[in-house]
Design a protein around this ligand. Structure first.
Ligand code: C2O
Length: 633
């Protein structure tokens, strides 16, 4: 097969994506570099980590994950730091090399060692078909959506490690602190943070992270002012250009850290034709809800009078105010460039404050986007791999909670285990592959210290679990732990995972002033699975009941996704085929939740995994324990 090669020269530079200048991570001098590859080719990306070793944004090295790729037979190149590889340290390089057997479509690449994605280390990844595209359109555009913080990810996560102290949570400077909302929503890496200043009218206190008084802010509240430029490189409003009469395929990607977005195309409808790269039955909508990690391919016909039309990205998932909407312009060729489409528009004032309440239901695309079932005319046949197996071999019920650990740290947990901190002497995939039985010993081993030390042996390497609730529904007296949560699978297993969103503080007691122990699960979680797409069989409000809810599972034409929303106060049932030897992570794609432990691993026949490539980056620490023999290829 042909080789598609990229060199990634990774450096730090100054950019002002939302008009506030800050340090960002660049690839070959580009912010959010786009790459593409033809299906069947070998993708080869040599990553040169030229970040300063002491640079505070990324101190632990970097790695790249190819979001949505199955990486079958390429498990060492999946890019999760300390899981598939140790990070690429400053001053070193590593070459990712694997054949791209993915469904042609829209993906993205992003850093996956720490929170380097938040600092800008991500970009669109397009897989071209070897033959014709399955949809009819004239041209294509990428709409890369992200959210932007003025503070580095390292600085943002630092307070999350402090002992939780309810008294200090409003104090930005000394104690535990939420990361809070980003300062701007970016469309194709451009946006404007000035809406922070709108808060002055509606709130008594401007959030400290919005209070950037030295920067230019708009003097008026009634409209968005023309963007500054000059010495703020990158500061501009995004124009998506179209020609009247043509049909465009717009590749929408939500690469943000926190913001679940709804993107509206003023005066236009768009037709969704693919979700997470796989073709769907077409669905025509004025706005597209797109959660973190999700991608939608939509067709837009430029059939309105020549002019400028707003592209608006609204945030739909938080009660905290502070983040403005993102605005861009759909600009027809020939439209007056100086005439911005002021009317009718969604003025910033009309943009609702972030509210969890709007995401208590499954959104349209999530419900109706079933895989395309009836190929018509010239469209390609449905990829048979997207048909759901009718039965499962294993079921895992996962309770999602936000416990307070005995050491005082606030974490997100799956079945009472916050998977937090990883062994740093070998990638976990290597540990598990070398000696599965070692998983048991690791539990007792203080040198790893990350696998919960009080786990009963038989639970390690299996559905390792501390009950979240007792039979009668009361919280388990067992303390939540920080550990490594695994489920062991064999190739051929068909696994149902019920993701159950539960009250955030089920085990940690009441840690927020004025919030009772009976409060409901307040956050939605966009879960992403590595190495697999999965079928979304069913969802519901309240607590999953095996006896009554299983009969509602849709195995005929369920959505086939790699990123999907677990709504607040509800559950979602997904099914995947364990057809990929290795260790694969399932996690919330909200970066801060991932950082706080909202993840687990599926170890699928790890003894069948390939030996690691000889040039896999070395880990920074030496193992104190003999993890058993293996031979490097
Ligand atoms: Cu895009 Cu593990 O994620």
């Amino acid at each position: 097969p042909a080789i598609t090669h990229y060199d990634f020269d990774v450096t730090v530079g100054q950019r002002a994506p939302d008009c506030f200048q800050k340090d960002v991570i660049l690839v070959n001098g580009e912010y959010h570099k786009q790459i593409e590859v033809t299906q069947g080719n070998i993708l080869e990306v040599t990553v040169y980590n030229n970040l300063p070793a002491t640079w505070p944004l990324v101190s632990e090295g970097i790695s790249i994950h190819w979001h949505g790729f199955s990486m079958n037979g390429a498990e060492w190149y999946d890019g999760v730091g300390y899981l598939a590889q140790c990070p690429i340290q400053a001053g070193t390089n590593f070459t990712y090399r694997f054949q791209v057997n993915e469904e042609p479509g829209t993906y993205f690449w992003h850093g996956h060692s720490g929170n380097e994605k938040v600092d800008g280390f991500s970009g669109p990844l397009i897989v071209r078909p070897a033959g014709p595209e399955p949809f009819m359109y004239d041209e294509e555009r990428v709409l890369y959506l992200s959210d932007n913080y003025h503070t580095s990810a390292t600085a943002l996560t630092f307070p999350l490690n402090r002992p939780f102290d309810a008294k200090k949570q409003t104090n930005d400077s000394g104690g535990w602190d939420w990361v809070a909302v980003p300062q701007a929503i970016l469309l194709n890496s451009h946006g404007f943070y000035g809406d922070c200043d709108l808060l002055a009218g509606s709130n008594t206190v401007i959030p400290p992270k919005c209070n950037v008084t030295t920067q230019w802010v708009p003097p008026g509240r009634s409209k968005i002012l023309p963007y500054a430029s000059g010495n703020n490189p990158g500061c501009k409003r995004e124009n998506v250009t179209v020609e009247a009469g043509k049909t465009y395929r717009i590749r929408m990607i939500n690469a943000g850290s926190l913001a679940y977005l709804t993107v509206c195309f003023a005066d236009h409808n768009v037709t969704i034709v693919a979700a997470d790269a796989y073709p769907t039955n077409p669905l025509t909508v004025p706005c597209v809800d797109i959660n973190l990690g999700q991608r939608y391919d939509v067709l837009l016909k430029a059939d309105r009078p020549v002019g400028n039309y707003w592209l608006t990205a609204l945030v739909v998932n938080s009660t905290r105010t502070g983040s403005p909407a993102g605005y861009g312009v759909l600009r027809y060729a020939g439209a007056n460039e100086s005439l911005l489409p002021w009317e009718p528009i969604l003025q910033p004032e009309s943009v609702p404050a972030w509210t969890f309440g709007t995401v208590s239901k499954i959104t349209l695309p999530d419900v109706y986007l079933n895989p395309r079932t009836v190929p018509k005319g010239t469209v390609l046949p449905l990829n048979s791999s997207s048909l759901a197996p009718p039965n499962n071999t294993k079921t895992l019920l996962v309770n999602l909670t936000q416990p307070l650990l005995p050491n005082g740290q606030l974490r997100w947990a799956l079945n009472n285990v916050a998977t937090f901190g990883t062994p740093s002497c070998l990638p976990t995939l290597d540990l598990v592959r070398r000696n599965l039985g070692m998983m048991t010993s690791m539990a007792q081993s203080t040198q790893l210290g990350k696998i919960a030390p009080d786990m009963p042996e038989q639970q390690i390497g299996n559905a390792l679990e501390v009950p979240t609730y007792l039979e009668d529904g009361s919280p388990s007296p067992l303390a939540p732990v920080a550990g490594q949560e695994f489920m062991l699978l064999e190739v051929g297993d068909v696994v149902d995972v019920i993701l159950q969103n539960l009250p955030a503080n089920a085990n940690g007691g009441d840690y927020r002033p004025g919030v009772g122990a009976n409060r409901t699960a307040q956050e939605q979680h966009p879960f992403h699975m590595h190495g697999h797409h999965f079928w979304v069989l069913a969802y519901g409000l309240g607590t999953f009941n095996e006896a009554t809810n299983r009969s509602s599972f849709n195995t005929d034409n369920p959505p086939f996704r790699d990123s999907y929303t677990i709504f607040k106060n509800g559950w979602t049932a997904i099914r995947f085929k364990a057809d990929n030897p290795g260790v694969w992570i399932l996690h919330c794609h909200t970066d801060w939740h991932l950082f706080m432990g909202q993840k687990m691993y599926f170890a699928t026949s790890p003894q069948l995994a390939q030996p690691p490539p000889p040039d896999l980056p070395q880990c920074p620490n030496t193992c104190l324990y003999n993890f058993g023999p293996y031979t490097r290829s």
